[in-house]
Design a protein around this ligand. Structure first.
Ligand code: PLP
Length: 485
């Protein structure tokens, strides 16, 4: 009996689910099971790796790995000229009646998740990472297996400093750099340091990243909101806030996607000098700008007043949990002390691995690759939104992995998001990012109703379907909004 390796039938031999873990393992397990229970009989010829990769819409290398593994395990055999066939295993091989089987893409559509902030997880350069960890493990001097330098690996500090200067137009030396386990940890250490140095209040963007007010309060600071408009943080309102510290996302505001305008940048620096203040720059995704060069780091404009915080959560993957802080000398020692007391250090081998990735050019190569993926997705998103919602609805820079979708006036953001969820699309309303006071109140935002679309981890097919569903959900909730959520 011959297997029909075509598409679309009900009997699935191999079906991949992109949300259910590594594709290689899924395909391997299903083929192995099909051979074991004789849905694939001895002698059956498998499609070429290229053909199966096309049918399953996966990378050819994934299928090559699967075949190699099953060849090694004895489930498959390969002879020159006759391709890859199922090997005879056990006594009953080939005798049982088998139903015709087909390969098909999964029949029910995968949910679409426009969650903010997730990079393309299928593009994480795992083989480069595993090379780097292995190399770091082989080359780390024995003495370095003890406690790390309190500020972090010297190698990595030098490498990220060079990167910050080269890519972000920053102005720092390795002495200013402290390695941390991601941006959030660096932020917590920096805020605790401000609190200990008598800076009791911090201004935060409204709307802004979700947990920043909570992190600030936990560090012992009072958090106050400052509105964001189309040019970024309103520096006039910052002046009136009475704060001497501010935390912001100047290169690409989270979540509105705007850039801090040039006069606001200058004004912000002037404000910091006037109040003897400090600016915390969350520099989380500036590597990804598709229409022009990204604006440089604020830290380069005034290194004495800016604490810049970077991370590889967007560029590589959130799970790597590494980031850095560039701090003026008056704060650096305090931040290092917070680090020492809370965690003693960041994982040393991973720091060396990241340094290796960066200094060998693998990190830049990866950035070039994913930048093209995101640029294509952002272009497609703009086209789909224009088609479904009309012109001018997609807002925010052509940058990063998120954009703002302005809904028709009077729409209910939450209504649209809830309706979309019932149709398999997850998305956050802009109000999700509003500043919330300690007693749970939130002032209305000065933005029209909008949704925040994270497109980093949404492939093109999902993106098209997701936008069409959002348009249907928006039609249902186009009436006058109830009170602004
Ligand atoms: C606004 C913002 N800042 C910083 C980060 C990075 O945080 P972390 O390094 O803790 O993952 C993210 C997420 O990637 C983010 O969206």
């Amino acid at each position: 009996m011959t297997v029909d390796w075509g598409r679309g039938g009900p009997d699935l031999l191999v079906a991949v689910d992109r949300d259910a873990g590594p594709l290689r393992t899924q395909i391997q397990d299903q083929l192995r099971a099909a051979i074991r229970d004789q849905r694939l009989g001895a002698g059956e010829r498998l499609p070429s790796t290229r053909r199966l990769a096309e049918l399953l819409e996966v990378a050819r290398g994934t299928v090559v790995d699967v075949y190699e593994q099953l060849l090694a395990e004895g489930y498959l055999e390969s002879t020159v000229g006759s391709g890859t066939r199922v090997a005879a295993i056990g006594s009953s091989g080939g005798s049982a009646r088998r139903a015709p089987v087909v390969v098909s893409a999964p029949s029910s559509p995968r949910p679409v998740d426009f969650e903010y902030g997730i990079p393309d997880l299928r593009s994480v350069p795992l083989s480069d990472w595993s090379w780097a960890v292995s190399k770091a493990t082989q080359t780390l001097p024995t003495a370095a297996l003890g406690d790390e330098d309190l500020a972090g690996s010297r190698n990595l500090r030098e490498v990220v400093t060079a990167y910050h200067r080269r890519v972000r137009a920053g102005w720092a030396t390795a002495e200013d750099a402290i390695i941390v386990s991601g941006f959030r940890q660096g932020l917590a250490f920096a805020l605790a340091t401000l609190a200990r140095q008598g800076i009791p209040r911090i201004a935060l963007e409204d709307p802004g990243p979700r947990d920043h007010a909570l992190i600030a309060r936990r560090a012992g600071l009072e958090a106050v909101p400052v509105p964001v408009d189309d040019h970024g943080l309103d520096v006039g309102r910052l002046r009136r806030s009475g704060a001497r510290a501010v935390l912001l996302t100047p290169a690409h505001q989270c979540p509105t996607g705007v850039v801090l305008g040039p006069s606001r940048r200058r004004d912000l620096i002037a404000w910091a000098d006037e109040v003897d203040g400090v600016i915390l720059e969350d520099d989380y995704d500036a590597e990804f700008r598709y229409d022009r060069q990204p604006v440089g780091s604020l830290q380069g404009l005034n290194p004495a007043r800016v604490i810049a915080l970077g991370s590889v959560s967007k560029t590589l993957a959130p799970t790597i949990r590494l980031g850095w802080v560039f701090a003026p000398p008056r704060f650096a020692a305090g931040i290092v002390e917070e680090k020492r007391l809370s965690s003693r250090g960041a994982p040393g081998l991973d720091q060396e691995a990241l340094a290796l990735l960066m200094e060998t050019g693998r990190f830049d190569r990866h950035l070039r690759r994913v930048r093209e993926i995101y640029r294509t997705r952002r272009d497609l998103l703009a086209a789909e939104v224009e088609h479904a919602f009309g012109p001018g609805r997609l807002r925010g820079l052509a940058a990063g992995c998120h954009a703002l979708l302005h809904l028709p006036d009077g729409s209910s953001e939450r209504g649209v998001a809830a309706a979309a969820e019932t149709m398999g699309v997850r998305v956050n309303p802009l109000s999700h990012y509003r500043f919330v006071t300690e007693d749970g109140r939130a002032a209305p935002l000065g933005f029209p109703p909008a949704l925040v679309l994270g497109f980093g981890n949404v492939d093109e097919q999902q993106l098209r379907r997701g936008i069409r569903i959002l348009a249907r959900a928006a039609e249902r909730h186009a009436g006058p909004a109830r009170e602004r959520e």
